[in-house]
Write a protein that binds this ligand. Structure first.
Ligand SMILES: *Cc1c(COP(=O)(O)O)cnc(C)c1O
Length: 230
């Protein structure tokens, strides 16, 4: 049995992340720890915030909106990291600061149009299907230059970087190969978009490989909150 949350997962994880980044020649600084709180109650997010975390990632829109409302008293930066249906873009544009899962031009245009003018631009990572799996969402590597150019022009969006979920594997060499591929695609795009600064890669099972390959933001659910029921 794991301990009930909150426990000492967060402090230990932050320490390990710092050490990994110090060892990595490709990590220029310690990556941001994005706590993936999908399926977790608002009380768990409050507890994690009290442990020093302030960036949270959500994948299921309605559940996320409920929690954003319940936690409106906390200075949290909310990241949408799940698949985006085109009829659900408005609440994302209105309630989140970041979106990591933009993969289509139509979604980018709608998010920009629907971003309230009083708010800063929505911070965007383009999701890349880096392992080329047919079942996975994300833009193909070939589609990225046009998508990046569009996002760069849209007034409601600010292009920050790339996100990917590589094919799951326990083999650290394979993990590193996929992350290295994403980093090279990122560096190539930076030629035209030098302000891009975010490489969102690494989850509970592969964040060490991601940091070794230069991740700037790791998205961690299970290793903070314990196993999910769904
Ligand atoms: C659920 C999820 C995560 C976190 O996964 P863990 O293995 O629990 O750390 C990260 N990124 C995305 C896009 C997710 O959907």
């Amino acid at each position: 049995m794991s301990q009930p949350f909150p426990n000492d997962n967060i402090a230990k994880l932050l320490q390990r992340v710092r050490l990994s980044a110090e060892k990595s020649q490709k990590a220029h600084r310690t990556p941001i720890l994005l706590a993936v709180s999908k399926t977790r109650p608002a009380a768990d997010i409050r507890a994690a915030h009290a442990c020093g975390l302030n960036q949270f990632g959500e994948s299921y829109l309605q559940e996320a909106l409920d929690k954003i409302d319940q936690l409106a008293d906390l200075p949290i930066t909310w990241h949408f990291i799940g698949p985006i249906q085109s009829n659900k873009t408005r609440p994302i544009a209105e309630h989140f600061q970041w979106v990591h899962s933009v993969a289509r031009e139509k979604i980018a245009r709608r998010l920009s149009e629907q971003r309230p003018t009083g708010l800063p631009p929505l911070q965007v990572c383009l999701q890349v299907n880096i392992s080329g799996e047919e079942s996975k969402s994300g833009a193909s590597v070939e589609a990225l230059p046009a998508l990046a150019a569009l996002v760069d022009e849209l007034p409601g969006l600010q292009l920050r970087g790339l996100m990917a979920i590589p094919a799951a594997t326990d083999d650290e060499q394979e993990q590193r190969q996929a992350f290295a591929r994403l980093r090279r695609v990122f560096e190539a795009l930076q030629q035209d978009h030098p302000h891009m600064d975010t490489l969102s890669m690494g989850m509970s099972g592969d964040w060490e490989a991601a940091i070794a390959e230069g991740s700037t933001m790791i998205r961690i659910g299970t290793a903070i909150f314990g196993p999910r029921q769904r």
